[in-house]
Design a protein around this ligand. Structure first.
Ligand code: SF4
Length: 353
């Protein structure tokens, strides 16, 4: 067994070069460089979603963007358009390996490290043996730090050095110019020379509205429409949109129209406490309209955390929620303080929610 095989992560992720069939057609996942799309890229992605897909986009938990509702015959045009936007990888292996999540408020130093790491990952052939879902994380601290998110190898840029972690365990730190090679060694199961950590990096959390020089907007259930993305890209003064693992985007300009666009800027909005997968008809495994049910629950004023799942797979939330509704043959199974995989306490009709 190779050392890389010690990381046992199953499955694969849909990419531009490896589309995934879904209930509403093919979906592809577009990976930003260093965690951000430029203004022209965002406008181009909105255009692609409308012209070649069904106009629906997803913000994923790995801080990527998915385009939905594509057809086989449109894939050539899709790849050509993404290539012109600088978002097409040369091959599926490179695309899959470029699974690097970057903190939304990362400064230039942190983003430069993320870019160096991404390029090194793409060219380091020994990493090809890693599982397809192997994930990296680059962070620079601050209120929107993402060091609490899942990652196989994490790098946290400090004032003088870069701390390194494997699967959440912080191991030590190295000088910035050694950070990329040390991270790759860790991914390969080797142990680079590291100094003891002075301080363990601390995770931040989602905040919406004005955060530093950025403005955060949440998308209900992580679903963005092409028209919303186009409007965000047209925000006066905008240079880039940064992605996050929290179904929120951070823009370097004030978005005065966010609520008019149907986006969320208030952390107390109940929609933020509800996780809902695409469900039916977007996902072939779903038999219930999850997001319609979720909006009904939000309108009733729910408390605690809620997960509305199209089926027992529970894609939107692997961890327990206070209330879980699970689609089963057009109805909902009810679970309290559990996950979508748990036994139902009862089954209810969607209209009774
Ligand atoms: S939980 Fe089921 S219905 Fe929802 S996206 Fe996953 S597979 Fe589809």
């Amino acid at each position: 067994m190779s050392r890389a095989a010690a990381f046992d992560i199953k499955g694969w992720c849909p990419g531009v070069l490896t589309p995934m069939p879904s209930g509403d057609g093919l979906l592809v996942r577009v990976r930003p460089w260093a965690g951000a799309f430029g203004r022209a890229q965002a406008a181009g992605l909105a255009d692609i979603a409308e012209r070649l897909g069904n106009g629906h986009l997803d913000l994923t938990r790995r801080a990527n963007l998915q385009i939905r509702g594509l057809r086989d015959e449109g894939l050539g045009a899709l790849r050509g358009s993404l290539d012109r936007l600088g978002l097409l990888d040369p091959d599926a292996g490179t695309e899959a390996a470029r699974n690097v999540m970057v903190a939304p408020l990362a400064d230039e130093r942190t983003r430069a490290l993320a870019l160096s790491l991404t390029r090194a990952i793409a060219s380091e052939r020994r990493l090809a043996a890693l599982p397809a879902k192997f994930g990296w994380l680059v962070d620079g601290g601050g209120p929107l730090s993402i060091v609490g998110e899942r990652a196989d190898v994490a790098l946290s840029v400090g004032a003088a050095d870069v701390a390194l972690a494997v699967r959440g365990a912080w191991l030590g730190s190295v000088p910035p110019d050694q950070a990329v090679s040390a991270a790759i060694k860790l991914a390969l199961g080797e142990r680079p020379l590291m100094a003891a950590l002075h301080e363990t990096p601390v995770s931040g959390a989602r905040r919406l509205g004005a955060v530093g020089n950025f403005f955060g907007v949440g998308a209900p259930f992580g679903r963005l429409e092409a028209a919303q993305l186009r409007a965000l890209a047209a925000t006066p003064g905008l240079r880039e949109l940064r992605l996050s693992p929290w179904r929120a985007l951070y823009l370097d300009a004030l978005v005065e129209e966010a609520e008019t666009l149907g986006l969320i800027v208030d952390e107390s909005d109940p929609l933020l406490r509800i996780e809902a997968c695409p469900g039916a008809p977007a996902c072939a495994s779903g038999t219930v309209d999850t997001r319609r049910a979720a909006r009904r629950l939000a309108a009733h004023g729910i408390s605690g955390t809620v997960h509305v799942s199209g089926c027992a797979k529970g894609c939107a939330r692997p961890t327990p929620a206070d209330l879980v509704l699970v689609g089963t043959e057009g109805r909902f199974g009810v679970v309290h303080r559990g996950t979508a995989r748990d036994s139902f306490e009862k089954i209810v009709e969607p209209d009774t929610l």
